[in-house]
Design a protein around this ligand. Structure first.
Ligand SMILES: Cc1ncc(COP(=O)(O)O)c(C=O)c1O
Length: 436
């Protein structure tokens, strides 16, 4: 048998194996786990992983390049760079703004970056990791996003950039914030890790700023196991990101290439001798935050299902939202006006004057195997890691505190069926009715 036929046979077997290894099980209320999030992997994903292994494509290569170009097209951005996580994508985006390549526009230590207090830590960490100062603003209950008005109030003489996540898939007022950024000459980074496929004013989130970042951890809209991506419309910013991602090198040859610029031995940079191999000239103090081709191979099969995944998230969210409408003592989630979110989760806040607390409701749901999660860190400024870090707070963080104490979310990811969503809804209603 020819090697290519052997491979085809092996991959056919893998697809069959997939159905044996993952048989469909009927939903049993109270017994079947209803995860808040998770990877949705089918036979094509399993076969793609095995094929990458059969080809022994281990370091970034053909699938990585294909993924970067397909994903950039899908997200309407000129350039995409794969990374090993969404956190790395944020680190690269913020770090790129400090590059000497940007001249006077670069961010310098002590410069301020506006962000929100309630969210995921690695949206904020790269600010501190680059010697910059986070300026925290509060968010709204219901949308869990900040407002352009709050961002405007936070702009001071040292403000140079804004990095905000679209909260749990719900877009913030990104067109207005982008306008503020333009008016005040600020860079804008959209942390789109939880919002791939969401739109604001009919435009995809992630297409308003200088950078957008994505995570491919299993909880997210697409998965590679671990992974992330930085996207930008700017070739200059893309080149800086690539350098920082790839050890800080000046050369932009792909792995396996060696003289794309046709000047490999013709540069003289820094105080290096003329003709020093460009492959080993470093123009940034960089990292290695690359992903592997096995991850990218999975990314490609996942990307083919993105529209379907986003549609399922929207369907599940709407079903649960309709079911819970009018339920007392709960702040139900609301899409930001003019947006169409590709939801990450269904956020609920127990009203502070409710006759029950979040802990009891969460405990009840978990006892029924309905998984819950917190709105990540809640108010980050209250965590031990941030207490002594330089930062500024503009306005108060009242809602971030309410989120810390009263908020949680349940899943809407595509792995959940209508039966499961209905069970989540009826369980919440049953609990509230019994306690009211
Ligand atoms: C808004 C946001 N930003 C960044 C990240 C970090 O992504 P990763 O887990 O891939 O590092 C997450 C993770 O869930 C997130 O929710």
């Amino acid at each position: 048998m020819q090697l290519s036929d052997k491979k085809k046979q092996l991959l056919d077997d893998v697809r069959k194996y997939h159905h044996e290894a993952q048989p469909e099980r009927p939903f049993q209320p109270g017994v079947t786990e209803i995860w808040p999030s998770g990877a949705v992997l089918d036979e094509t994903d399993r076969a793609a992983l095995v094929e990458a292994a059969l080809d022994m494509r281990i370091a970034a290569g053909v699938s990585s390049r294909r993924f970067e170009s397909q994903f950039a097209r899908k997200m309407n951005r000129r350039k995409a760079h794969l990374t090993n996580s969404g956190s790395s994508a944020n680190l690269l985006a913020v770090s790129a703004l400090t590059s000497h390549v940007l001249g006077d526009a670069r961010l310098r230590p002590g410069d301020e970056v506006i962000t929100v207090a309630a969210g995921f830590p690695t949206t904020v960490n790269p600010i501190l990791q680059n010697g910059l100062v986070p300026v925290f603003v509060d968010v709204e209950l219901g949308t869990y996003n900040t407002t352009a008005e709050r961002v405007a109030q936070a702009i001071g003489p040292r403000t140079r950039a804004i990095i905000i996540a679209h909260a749990l898939g719900n877009p913030f007022e990104v067109a207005e914030v982008a306008q503020l950024a333009t008016d005040h000459e600020l860079f804008l980074i959209e942390d789109n890790c939880d919002a791939v496929g969401s739109t604001y004013d009919g435009k995809l989130t992630g297409t308003f700023g200088d950078f957008t970042t994505v995570s491919f951890y299993p909880a997210h809209h697409l998965t590679m196991g671990e992974g992330g991506c930085v996207l930008t419309p700017s070739l200059e910013l893309a080149r800086i990101v690539e350098s920082l991602r790839d050890w800080g090198r000046d050369c932009w040859c792909e792995p396996g290439e060696s003289d794309k610029c046709l000047k490999r031995f013709k540069y003289q940079l820094g105080t290096l001798p003329a003709g020093y191999d460009h492959k080993y000239i470093f123009s940034h103090v960089g990292y290695n935050l690359k992903a592997t081709d096995i991850q990218a191979a999975l990314g490609l099969t996942q990307l083919a299902k993105l529209d379907e995944f986003c549609a399922a998230r929207r369907r599940n969210w709407r079903r649960l939202r309709a079911d819970l409408d009018g339920t007392p003592w709960l702040v139900l989630p609301e899409a930001t006006p003019r947006s169409d979110p590709s939801w990450f989760g269904f956020v609920l806040t127990v009203a502070p004057d409710a006759p029950f607390g979040r802990a009891e409701l969460v405990e009840f749901l978990e006892s029924r195997r309905i998984g819950t999660r917190r709105l990540f860190a809640g108010n980050l400024t209250r965590h031990p890691a941030y207490v002594d870090q330089p930062h500024r707070v503009v306005g108060d963080l009242t809602n971030s505190d309410v989120i810390t104490e009263q908020t949680f979310w349940v899943g809407v990811y595509p792995g959940l069926t209508e039966e499961m969503i209905d069970y989540v809804g009826s369980s919440i209603r049953e609990f509230v009715k019994a306690r009211s």
